[in-house]
Write a protein that binds this ligand. Structure first.
Ligand SMILES: NC(=O)c1ccc[n+]([C@@H]2O[C@H](COP(=O)([O-])OP(=O)(O)OC[C@H]3O[C@@H](n4cnc5c(N)ncnc54)[C@H](O)[C@@H]3O)[C@@H](O)[C@H]2O)c1
Ligand SMILES: [Zn+2]
Length: 348
């Protein structure tokens, strides 16, 4: 089994192992806490496919859980769902001695984590991610939250989980397109800090084991999170491809999916960085090759002006500065602050 320790203020372990879902009940019991009550938060899709296996695992360890499911997809990631879950937790009389299990993709993890952060001013939660993106990215690091009408992820809190249990076997039911989106984030980890991971992705084939790739991505994320838990500096390297990616998502009215948009964002950022003399080598070719390997797009039809306007509308930009993540070479990125007034020239 792979275990990655995340050394935040309250350290925790990420366990990565095929079929670990069967042992999650037992592992929770050995967590050291006498778990009085468990509440599983999931979406209807994940619950219908894997809910029984989770319940069996809990039962085997003498645990039982109440469960709350909402419809799958980003549209549910709002304060209405949070409110309904909080009422549910209260109706089941969960106390601060109890535990929430977030069982699903990034949407479930973000919502369940946010509910854990605010219910009774904070109770513990454990992540059991079921999508590739949730395994390698969103389940680790303690960013929780929901979307507002004004934009994505605008309300949230930091709360690290007590543990993360990753079962790569669960990915066998994940739709292909969503799996590939997760691979865009894996490529991102290669570009920001690991040329070997990047090379391994270029030759990865469908039936090759995923555990080593997932483990390596989590190691990279956990280092950056431990160094900068509250996202004030080096953790922002994880945003490589995201400033442009978010702009593309907004321009397309979210019809272009996140992973696809981030892929295009990485490729475009690499091109710009090379043109501007910010990179030591031109990373755009290798990045495009990696994206193609997973059938991810590397181009879009929006104009530079449309992208700039969308970036300026980004509610998370810092005043008149914008942070760009620059690939210096494959395996090394750096942060560059530029005045927003410079954007039109870069995207012209
Ligand atoms: N907190 C963070 O640090 C962080 C980081 C990155 C992304 N995110 C958030 O994560 C979300 C995206 O996550 P996502 O891509 O996992 O989306 P998601 O949770 O919507 O899952 C995508 C789809 O896959 C389905 N699914 C999940 N696991 C499955 C499985 N094993 N088998 C079959 N279907 C399965 C879900 O039901 C859903 O329909 C976004 O809301 C994003 O903002 C958060
Ligand atoms: Zn992302």
């Amino acid at each position: 089994m792979g275990i990655v320790k995340v050394l935040t203020r309250q350290p925790y372990a990420v366990h990565i192992e095929n079929d670990i879902l069967q042992d999650v009940g037992e592992l929770l019991r050995h967590e050291g806490k006498s778990v009085a009550k468990l509440a599983v938060i999931s979406d209807e899709q994940v619950w219908s496919l894997h809910g029984e296996a989770l319940q069996d695992s809990l039962k085997k360890a003498g645990l039982s859980a109440v469960s709350y499911c909402f419809p799958p997809g980003e549209a549910a990631k709002n304060l209405g769902t949070v409110s309904a879950i909080l009422e549910f937790l209260a109706s089941k009389e969960l106390t601060r001695a109890d535990l929430i299990l977030a069982f699903g993709g990034g949407v479930v993890g973000d919502i369940a984590g946010f509910c854990a952060a605010i219910y009774l001013r904070g109770i513990s939660y454990v992540q059991i991610p079921t999508s590739l993106l949730a395994m390698i990215d969103s389940s680790v690091g303690g960013k929780t939250g929901v979307d507002l009408a004004a934009g994505k992820n605008l309300a949230g809190a930091f709360l690290q989980p007590n543990a993360v249990y990753c079962d790569p076997e669960l990915l066998s039911t994940l739709p292909e397109e969503i799996f590939r989106e997760g691979m865009a984030e894996a490529i991102k980890y290669g570009v920001i800090s690991d040329p070997e991971l990047f090379e391994a992705l270029l030759t990865w084939q469908t039936h090759d084991p995923l555990e080593p790739i997932i483990t390596r991505c989590i190691e990279i994320k956990s280092c950056l999170v431990a160094e900068d838990e509250f996202d004030c500096g080096t953790r922002q390297l994880l945003n490589f491809g995201h400033t442009i990616g978010h702009a593309i998502e907004r321009c397309s009215d979210f019809k272009i999916r996140h992973g696809q948009a981030v892929g295009i964002g990485m490729s475009l950022m690499a091109e710009i960085a090379w043109q501007q003399g910010w990179s030591k080598v031109d990373c755009s070719g290798p990045i495009r090759k990696a994206l193609q390997h997973f059938n991810l797009p590397n181009k879009m039809t929006f104009s530079g002006k449309q992208l700039c306007d969308s970036m300026l509308r980004d509610k998370k930009r810092q005043g008149d500065q914008i942070n760009l993540i620059i690939p210096e070479k494959i395996g090394k990125c750096s942060l560059k602050k530029i005045p927003v007034s410079q954007l039109p020239q870069l995207f012209g």
